[in-house]
Ligand binder design. Structure first.
Ligand code: 13P
Length: 294
């Protein structure tokens, strides 16, 4: 069922587990994520960024697809606009039926981020849609932003931000960054800051830049209160590798078989990730019928 991201994260906040938020731009990705979640009795969050929607995973096609897949499973599925910055795009996603929108004002001055987040919260909440915001800034791994302490989230500022905006969950900067890290580098997370943020805010927290973060870091971050983990790059790498492996095995392989291989490998990866962050077996209401690829 397509459900509120707020409800999903409230449970994970209460019981200290993480929920995977996977960026999806096509049927293979969305189906891999949702069917993996169904088989693991886990909630899942499907998300799309504005650039991804423009380039390939158009909202008009992705919304009915995700809604239909969500209706076939017994686990909660949320649909989130990732990194929304533009008011019109955010309003459009709310009107379409996304169950959460992220407003990313993390590059703006504090007060401007706060005021804009507050307006988005009022608009979204009226429509029954929850909101994620970001304070501090999770930048790009390629720019070494994970090592730039100036970008990290300040707990006292975050308390003020959350109280005045009414936001439902907060993305925090604690030492991760988007995209692939330079070869061999595993980011160092500021766990003390994370523990203080959780204690101060007592609300669902989001980790962006989940790819390449390393199992130990992810497990510890979840144990200290991260509830939503965004993963994009690693899933694309898994899918690409599966396709390339198939081509190497059989250069004459047809396109559909390549898509099936990619979907299968992504589904396995999501299942692995679900178990890593402990969202498996949270929803055990019996199974439903599904006519997709094994
Ligand atoms: P990665 O591509 O590093 O996994 O980051 C994804 C993300 O945070 C999307 O918002």
């Amino acid at each position: 069922m397509l459900t509120s991201m707020k409800n999903i994260l409230e449970d994970s906040h209460k019981h200290y587990y993480g929920v995977m938020a996977m960026n999806c731009v096509n049927i293979e990705m969305a189906r891999a994520a949702i069917m993996a979640a169904s088989e693991e009795n886990s909630p899942i969050i499907i998300q799309i960024g504005p650039k991804q929607m423009k380039l390939h995973g158009h909202k008009e096609e992705m919304y009915p697809l995700v809604k239909d897949l969500a209706e076939r499973v017994h686990v909660p599925v949320a649909l989130n606009l990732d990194h929304g910055t533009d008011y019109d795009v955010i309003a459009d996603c709310i009107n379409t039926g996304f169950t959460n929108v992220m407003f990313d004002g993390s590059s703006l001055p504090f007060e401007e981020n706060l005021q804009k987040t507050e307006i988005i919260c009022q608009l979204a909440h009226m429509a029954g849609c929850s909101v994620e915001a970001e304070l501090g800034h999770v930048g790009m791994a390629v720019d070494d932003d994970d090592e730039n302490f100036d970008l990290f989230t300040n707990p006292e500022q975050a308390k003020d931000f959350v109280e005045r905006t009414g936001v439902d969950c907060l993305a925090v900067a604690i030492g991760t960054a988007h995209g692939d890290y330079p070869k061999g580098r595993v980011p160092k997370l500021d766990f003390e800051r994370l523990a203080l943020l959780k204690k101060t805010l007592d609300m669902p927290l989001v980790l962006h830049g989940g790819s390449g973060t390393g199992e130990e870091n992810i497990k510890k971050a979840v144990s200290l209160g991260i509830n939503k983990i965004n993963v994009a790059t690693d899933v694309c790498t898994v899918a690409k590798k599966a396709m390339l492996d198939e081509v190497e095995k059989n250069p004459k392989i047809d396109y559909v078989s390549m898509c099936i291989a990619a979907e299968k490998s992504m589904k396995e990866y999501v299942k692995y990730y679900i178990n890593l962050i402990g969202s498996n077996n949270r929803f055990n209401f019996g199974d439903v019928e599904y006519h997709g690829h094994e």
